[in-house]
Design a protein around this ligand. Structure first.
Ligand SMILES: Nc1ncnc2c1ncn2[C@@H]1O[C@H](COP(=O)(O)OP(=O)(O)O)[C@@H](O)[C@H]1O
Ligand SMILES: CC(C)(COP(=O)(O)O)[C@@H](O)C(=O)NCCC(=O)O
Ligand SMILES: [K+]
Length: 279
């Protein structure tokens, strides 16, 4: 569990949770200021229920630190929380997970209605809408967001905050995993922080890496080229667990594109911040 600096201030403190298809993404806010972020695995339902119990214990005067040592070993916070439970703003693209988080004592689930983009279609992923809103409101529209997560998504809005649309494809991890799972002879590979593989590979793992990486990069370049043809001054922001690896490859293969990218892991949290401020 990786965390940034945490300060001991609790006034107007709230938690933001984005539930992706691979893991949970957390942020702690004091009012509108983002204090720290961290990622965890999905939590067992019993732990989520325990969070409410911890809140009650806290009110009876037991410290969160003590609860952490007594309680479950799966304590989801990189610091003691007190007073607890903080209000939780939740955005999820995993309905089963959304359902089990309803037991959290003070939760508000963000829906597409909360996001002031025009032309949204009803099944648009809330993570895509929030990231686009957070990026556009922070860096300006027109904005194209590339989310290099479980799925790799492109999501764009024009200068009037109208959704232009986007695209969805399997992310790097998913492409490698599906090759391993759906074939008889290909190994299970995971995303590794490796140098660009040889384009024409002479062994199986490198052939899989070459195929996935070079076609992914060519596809990203093609979408960005088309975006700039439509919106020459349009901005491009990239987020998601594979963003840094993809950025390093883009810097090597397409430096002119890489130099114009805004790479920012917290786009969804900026979107949540804007929404929480306008309520
Ligand atoms: N600790 C980790 N757990 C899972 N995925 C990780 C981790 N660190 C890096 N990744 C990369 O992040 C990608 C998933 O991106 P992420 O933005 O976390 O997904 P999601 O938001 O869909 O849950 C995977 O393809 C993987 O390569
Ligand atoms: C495309 C997604 C699966 C991406 O999820 P992620 O990889 O970020 O976990 C998610 O945004 C989703 O379920 N979208 C609904 C369909 C749509 O956006 O059109
Ligand atoms: K995501």
């Amino acid at each position: 569990m990786k965390s940034q600096h945490y300060s001991e201030q609790t006034e107007g403190t709230w938690l933001a949770l984005e539930i992706g298809n691979s893991r949970l993404h957390w942020a702690l806010f004091h009012g509108k200021s983002l204090n720290c972020t961290w990622d965890t695995e999905y939590l067992p339902e019993s732990v989520i229920q325990q969070l409410g119990d911890w809140g009650a214990e806290e009110q009876r005067g037991r410290g969160a630190e003590e609860q952490r040592s007594r309680g479950s070993s799966i304590y989801p916070f990189p610091f003691p929380l007190s007073p607890f439970p903080f209000p939780l703003l939740l955005a999820s693209v995993v309905p089963q997970q959304t359902a089990i988080w309803q037991s959290y004592p003070n939760v508000r689930v963000i829906t597409l209605e909360d996001i002031p983009l025009n032309n949204i279609y009803p099944t648009l992923g809330i993570d895509r809408a929030l990231a686009l809103w957070g990026a556009g409101m922070s860096w300006g529209f027109p904005m194209l967001v590339i989310d290099a997560g479980t799925a790799l998504t492109f999501t764009a809005a024009d200068g009037d905050k109208n959704l232009v649309g986007g695209a969805i494809l399997p992310g790097m991890g998913l492409q490698l995993a599906s090759l391993g799972q759906k074939t008889g002879q290909l190994p299970q590979l995971e995303v590794e922080e490796i140098q660009l593989p040889p384009r024409f590979a002479l062994n199986t793992p490198q052939a899989m890496q070459s195929g996935v990486i070079y076609t992914l990069l060519a596809g990203i370049k093609d979408f960005i080229d088309e975006w700039w043809r439509l919106f020459p001054d349009g901005k491009v922001a990239m987020k998601g667990g594979d963003r840094n690896l993809l950025l390093s490859y883009l810097q090597e293969l397409y430096p002119a594109i890489a130099s114009r990218l805004i790479v920012e892991p917290n786009l969804i949290f900026w979107g949540m911040q804007k929404i929480s401020m306008s309520r």
